[in-house]
Structure formats: C-alpha cells, structure tokens
Design a binder for this molecule. Structure first.
Ligand SMILES: Cc1cc2nc3c(=O)[nH]c(=O)nc-3n(C[C@H](O)[C@H](O)[C@H](O)COP(=O)(O)OP(=O)(O)OC[C@H]3O[C@@H](n4cnc5c(N)ncnc54)[C@H](O)[C@@H]3O)c2cc1C
Length: 589
C-alpha cells in the first residue's frame, strides 16, 4: 500500500524552498500555485495507481536478455506503464518549452520525480537519466542535434542514457578507453565496451539515445582527453523514423542486489564499422559537458534515496499498527505502542524529512542559478547549488539505506522475508550510495572542491543563512531549544571546516580521511535547518494540527540527532591520526 506523499512534498516546496514566495515574486512567470498543486495531485495519482503496483513485479521478474538478438525485455506491465507515462506528458515536465517541454522549475520536477521513485525506483531511475541526458544535449549539443533528438526525448518517445563506466574506469574516469575516430564527414566512429549502463537496452521505446564518453586518437591523457558523443541505437531520418541500426549492442545484463526492474547493461560499441556518434560540445571538453548531466543526476539520486526512505517509512508505520506483540499490562498491543518501535518510526520519519529538505534547498539554488534576478544572484546561487549537491546526494542516499534498514527492523523476522516487501526497499536503496559517484567520492568533492568555492565565501554565505534561521527560532518559545542545538552543531561544523581546509592547504591526507564524517556532520546541520524552516512556517501560519507535527520533527531531530554532531566533529578533527597509524596494517605487505 502506497499513499502519495503529496502533502509533505507541497509543504517542503513551500516552507523549505520558499516556492510560493518565488511564485509571488514572479521568478517563474508562467507558473501559479494552483498549477503546482494540480501537477502534484495528478502525479501522485499516477504513481499510486500505475507505477506502485509494478514495484514487486519488477523486483521478482527482473529484465531478460535474448543473447541471440541482444534485445532486453522489461518485466510484465512495464512497457504499458511507460507508454501511459509518456502519453500523459510526464517526460516533458521539466524540459525546455522550445523542444515541446513544459519548462517547469527543477523544484517541481524534483517533487514529481520523488513520486515516481517512491512508487517504483527501478522505473524512476530510467526517467531521471533521460531527463539528465536531455539537459546535457540542450546545454551543449549543436542546433542540429538538439532539433533532431530533443523533441523525441522530451515527448518520451525515446529514452537517454549515460555511458561513463568501463571495467577499468569507475570512480576514476581518466582510465576510459572507448575510442572515437573522426569519420571525415563531421561524425565519429566509436568502439569500446561500457559496463553497468542503466536502461542501456530495453523494450520501452523504439530508440535509445546514448551519451558516451570516449577518447580521440590524438587526445591528451587523463580526463582532459575525454569527449562526449551522442550515439543513437537507431540512426533516425528527419522525422525520427529509424533509418539504420547503429553498430552497438547489449552483450550482458547484470544480476544485482536490487532495482531488478531496471536493466543494467554491458554495451559493445563498434564491433563492425564503428558506432556512428556525434560530438556534443567540443573535442576533449566532454567531461565538463557530462557534468551538466551528472550534477542533475546526483541531486536526483539523492532524492531517489529519500523516495525509497519514504516508501519504507510508510510501510513500517502501517505494519507497526497491525502487528501485535508484547504486553502493556494485560493487553497484547500493536508493536507501535513500544517506545523502541516508536523510536525507529520517529527516526525514519525525521531522517526522511531532513534529507528531503536538503534536496529541495539544493533544487531551489539550482532554479535561482537560472532564474535569479541579477547575474550576481545567479552566480551565488549556482555556487550554493554546487556546495549542497554532494550533501544532497550522499546524505539523501545514506538516509535511503539506513531508513530502509530500520524498516526491516520494524518488521522483525518478516522484514527479512521477501513477502512483505520491506527487504526490497533495502536492496533497492543500496545502489544509490554507489552510483552517480560513490558517497565517498561525494565527500571528497565536498571537502576538496566545494568548501573552497569562491575562497570559502560560498560556505560562509550558507552558514549566514543557517544563523538567520537560528535567530528566527530564538524568537519563539517553542523552538528556542532547537535554536540552541543548531547553533552548537553549526559551531562544531565551522571548527571541523577550518581544520579540514587547513589540512587541505598543506596537502595533509587527514583532510581526505575526515571527508565522510564531515559530510554527515554537514548533512545533520543542513537537515536540522530544513526541518526548522518547516516548524517556523507552521508557527507563522498558526496551524496547530500540521504545525504540531512539523514542530515535533524539528524538536525531535534537534534532540535525538544533532547531539551526534559533536561526536562527528571529534572524528573529523582527531580520528585521522589513528587511521594514519593503521594505514600500513590496512594496506598490507
Ligand atoms: C546498478 C548500477 C547502475 C549503474 N548505472 C550506470 C550508468 O547508467 N552509467 C554509468 O556510466 N555507470 C553506471 N554505474 C556505474 C557506477 O557509477 C560505478 O559503479 C560507480 O561510479 C563506482 O565505480 P566502481 O564500481 O568502478 O567502483 P570503484 O571506483 O572501484 O570504487 C570502489 C571503492 O573505492 C572507493 N574509491 C575509489 N576511488 C577513490 C578515491 N580516489 N578516493 C577515495 N575512495 C575511492 C569508492 O568510493 C568505492 O568505495 C552503475 C552501477 C551499478 C552497480
């Protein structure tokens, strides 16, 4: 049973991301609050009625590869659902209007994507990648490529993929070996093998548009020698009809822990004459272009973690009210009556809300980096989005896994049995911490590239924003203690930041050793601030019923999660020494 979380999403959009204020200020001139409400309501209905019932079937059945034809078949019902999804116009929602899209803000697109991913994350990930590919082509593709491909991707007629990974090139893309040769007519011929390509082959659409990182023969070594190519499964004519099968095929499908409904493919390019590819952006500038897609995908994968956490939380809550075990007095009670179960449910709910708040704060910054009033505002918001993206990705996806694990625990033994579905959420959530850059890589990105943005001014501006929220919290009796906890955790974060940036400047490896606990610390403060904004909005509107829950979430998080901040500060600032001591033991002879 899945109930679309449209109310929570709407509140987060209003309270954390300030969407209604942005609408009132005319930042999105063609959008009204009524339209946002209608989009969320309709997406929620589609997610619950069409996608959610597919979740178990996708998990049980998975995808099949026909080794003779290289064709991949998705689980029963998926093709029909995809048709209904694209015919309803959902693919177009966040896409540019000039290619047939609806041009809605990233904030609204993210909320809708959360609904798809809560209903069936193995379905959601495919739509999310197409959206990222669309964005990369719109930003960097030539006019001809944009005209030929984007309308079909925006309509949902074709899907898109991201082809980075090779057996020897995972986190480190410098090792990419896929080759691209100039064909002399402006196009290129690609050859090589890509692994782990999500929706690299499937039966949902007639064509698939692959964005492939490859290396030209005369390219410089490392990531500075990577170029980005658009490589369609079928080369289309000017109406988009398939003209010719391109020289690429799926030669393997991974058996994996979760998201069984999503085909994870090994793709071979160029076994014969070479796969025809078209340059996106400039030669040897491919990684920068791919980052348009990867940044979008990182935020959305963070949200995917939140989405699975939401689903696990809903399921655990319902189970805890039905399962009777243990007594209070003479009465055999539902397990939800036991404080330890209540603690698990509370942790699940507030962690999910906190991580959602971080994702939406990031989306707001991304929207304002495009639609802000002045160049200065757009630049500042772009830097803020860059700072928050690794936190949204890693904190969101850690939340997905940890909340889904708690969901199994709430179910007891039944959680470990596939029948309840609680185990599927845990299996599905786990990949989010790995793909789109592992969470370890996100933490290193935060510490080495993002804290130093604008010489540290981006981080300083963000902390000023947290302090403004704290000042508002201090003005209300109900939130004074939350203010105290956030202030304390923020001071700890600043201490840890100073230490890490100092180590970074002197090339001390302790900066890298402390990155993961530092990101968790950052996420705690950012999540607490997001929940605090919700509480403040409820107090401002004087809404006792809804307000009570939002106030409680902020207070619970402040009392039960923020105290962990001081421990994390100690790990960041002092833990690296003993790690270094153990390094020879760990590395081995
Ligand atoms: C189901 C699934 C779907 C995927 N979909 C796609 C897709 O659509 N397109 C695509 O291109 N790829 C895809 N991937 C690949 C995915 O992005 C990579 O698996 C991921 O980036 C990690 O690379 P790797 O597996 O080679 O791990 P490795 O890079 O070998 O990393 C192993 C461990 O070492 C750590 N590590 C590595 N380098 C460093 C470093 N410098 N500093 C600190 N720690 C480090 C990592 O954090 C990790 O914990 C998918 C993978 C899976 C499993």
């Amino acid at each position: 049973m899945y109930v679309p979380q449209t109310d929570d999403l709407r509140q987060t959009l209003a309270d954390v991301a300030g969407l209604d204020e942005l609408l009132a200020a005319g930042v999105f001139p063609d959008l009204t609050a009524d339209v946002v409400d209608a989009v969320l309501a309709e997406a929620g209905r589609f997610a619950a009625e069409v996608l959610a019932p597919l979740n178990r079937e996708g998990d049980r059945h998975g995808c099949r590869l026909d080794a003779a034809t290289h064709a991949v078949t998705t689980a029963p019902g998926w093709r029909k659902a995809y048709r209904a999804w694209s015919e309803a116009g959902w693919a177009a929602l966040p896409c540019p209007a000039e290619y047939g899209g609806q041009g809605l803000p990233i904030l609204v697109g993210l909320a809708v994507q959360e609904l798809w991913n809560t209903a069936a994350s193995a379905f959601g990930i495919g739509t999310l990648l197409t959206q990222g590919a669309t964005e990369a082509i719109a930003a960097h593709g030539s006019e001809a490529l944009r005209r030929a491909y984007l309308p079909h991707m925006v309509s949902g007629r074709w899907t898109g993929t991201m082809n980075l990974t090779e057996p020897q090139a995972g986190s480190d893309l410098a090792g990419i070996r896929t080759r691209a040769e100039r064909a002399g007519d402006g196009s290129y011929r690609l050859s090589g093998t890509k692994i782990f390509i999500t929706y690299g082959e499937h039966d949902l659409t007639d064509n698939i548009v692959h964005l492939v990182l490859a290396r030209l023969p005369d390219a410089p070594p490392g990531t500075r020698g990577l170029s980005l190519f658009l490589v369609p499964k079928f080369l289309p004519d000017e109406r988009g009809e398939p003209l010719r099968r391109n020289d690429l095929k799926c030669i393997g499908l991974e058996e994996k822990l979760g998201i069984h409904g999503s085909p994870t493919c090994t793709l071979r390019f160029g076994d014969e004459e070479g796969a025809v590819g078209f340059l996106v952006g400039e030669e040897n500038r491919g990684l920068a272009c791919m980052f348009t897609m990867m940044n979008n995908a990182r935020l959305h994968v963070g949200m995917q973690g939140v989405a699975v956490a939401e689903r696990a939380t809903q399921q655990a809550r319902a189970f805890s009210r039905e399962r009777r075990q243990g007594r209070i007095g003479d009465e055999v009670v539902a397990i939800v009556r036991h404080p330890d179960v209540q603690r698990m449910l509370a942790d699940m709910e507030v962690r999910t809300q906190a991580a959602r708040a971080i994702c939406f704060a990031t989306a707001r910054a991304l929207d304002l980096s495009r639609h802000g009033r002045s160049a200065e505002e757009r630049q500042a918001e772009g830097s803020l989005a860059a700072l928050l993206t690794p936190v949204a990705k890693a904190f969101g996806t850690d939340t997905g896994s940890e909340v889904a694990s708690l969901g199994v625990q709430v179910h007891g033994g039944m959680g470990y049995i596939e029948e309840t579905g609680a185990a599927q959420h845990l299996r599905d959530a786990r990949i989010c911490q790995i793909y789109e850059g592992t969470n370890g890589i996100q933490a290193i990105d935060l510490v080495t590239r993002k804290l130093t943005l604008e010489g540290g001014r981006t981080f300083a501006r963000w902390t000023e924003g947290v302090r403004r929220t704290v000042a508002c919290l201090e003005a209300h009796g109900e939130t004074k203690e939350v203010a105290g906890e956030i202030s304390c955790a923020l001071a700890g974060l600043e201490t840890a930041t100073d230490r890490l940036t100092g180590w970074l400047a002197s090339h001390d490896e302790r900066a890298l050793a402390g990155a993961t606990p530092y990101l968790r610390l950052f996420g705690l403060v950012a999540g607490a601030e997001g929940l605090a904004r919700g509480a403040l909005a409820a107090l401002a509107r004087n809404e006792p019923a809804a307000g009570d829950r939002r106030l409680w979430r902020a207070r619970y998080f402040a009392r039960n999660h923020l105290p962990l901040a001081s421990g994390l500060v100690a790990v960041v600032t002092e833990g690296g020494d003993t790690l270094a001591e153990g390094a020879p033991l760990l590395v081995g002879a």
